[in-house]
Design a protein around this ligand. Sequence first.
Ligand SMILES: NC(=O)c1ccc[n+]([C@@H]2O[C@H](COP(=O)([O-])OP(=O)(O)OC[C@H]3O[C@@H](n4cnc5c(N)ncnc54)[C@H](OP(=O)(O)O)[C@@H]3O)[C@@H](O)[C@H]2O)c1
Length: 328
Amino acid sequence: MSIPAKQKTLFLPAVQGVMTVQVNDVPKPGPDDLLIKIEAAALNPVDWKIIEIGLFLDKYPAVLGLDGAGTVVAVGTNVTDFKIGDRVYLPDSVSFDEGATISICAATAGIGLYKKDDSGDSAGLTAPWEDGGRTAYAGKPAVVLGGSASVGQYALQFLRLSGFSPIITTVSPRNTEFVKAVGATHILDRSLPAETLQAEITKLAGGPVEVVYDAISTKENQDLAYDVVSPHGSLVLVLHEVIDAAKKTGDKKPTVVFARGGLAYPQNMHFSVGFVKELSKLLEAGSFKPNVFEVLPGGLNAVAGGLERLEAGTVSARKLVIRPQETA
Ligand SMILES: NC(=O)c1ccc[n+]([C@@H]2O[C@H](COP(=O)([O-])OP(=O)(O)OC[C@H]3O[C@@H](n4cnc5c(N)ncnc54)[C@H](OP(=O)(O)O)[C@@H]3O)[C@@H](O)[C@H]2O)c1
């Protein structure tokens, strides 16, 4: 296909600035790069945090966005694994809109649970695609705090594939049936007091829990997660650890990790290469499902409104997706 010389781009001019659509040059891929025509992109809570705090950015104007799906239109001279026309990184059975929901959130779940190295950001469990991985944890309880969240849905699915049982999660009651279909076996109302949630989780699990994935990681959730994890269990967080220091006494010494879902982060690269291949196989087999999504009309012009909804906490059990090619 012919590559246009220009494209519409959503620029952030400065920290806390107003994003605007401008026309700029289509970049040329470097020797190790792919040029991808993005058909769908998903919004993440971190996008509004980046705009407000300037997180991760040292140069402006900046182009944001962590999740995209599309087709390879040019490859760098060193690239051998991809060719023009490849869908990145999707089997044919997955639409671009669905694909956009997958990358960083599924990676945050997968890396937090299954990466094995010394970077200290994973529980290091045996993955479902490894030998014995589908049965290694049969009959062991696991907890996902926030199972209806984008990351939470993927954590539930991985834990189900790993054979954990029961799998207990916390959501708003309206999402009870939704998270059951995703993989949870027991659902608790997330608005219950922390002591009640702790007692209910411990009762359902039959004691302290070996693997707890806190897909929300507010201070309140982290403290609850710490209270229910077993003394030598694993607790995976998605934000920096802020657990009450007074809790960390005695013989209780769980492994507490902060998972970072950037597939291309240097500490994740080795894991990521195999992970995306295994995830594609699971998606193709239908044993792993993309997030439910809502397409926002208006292309790039819809991003600001979508991020406002994420910041206001009014998005429930769905990923917000835009189609940049629809930008007027
Ligand atoms: N470390 C990383 O690399 C990484 C990657 C991705 C995301 N994150 C972070 O992970 C967090 C979640 O991201 P996301 O994209 O998964 O969010 P999201 O899907 O936009 O979150 C919305 C969901 O959160 C649930 N929720 C909110 N507060 C809750 C609580 N106290 N307990 C249980 N559920 C709660 C809501 O559940 P109900 O509607 O059922 O109430 C809703 O379904 C964000 O802080 C994000 O920045 C980190």
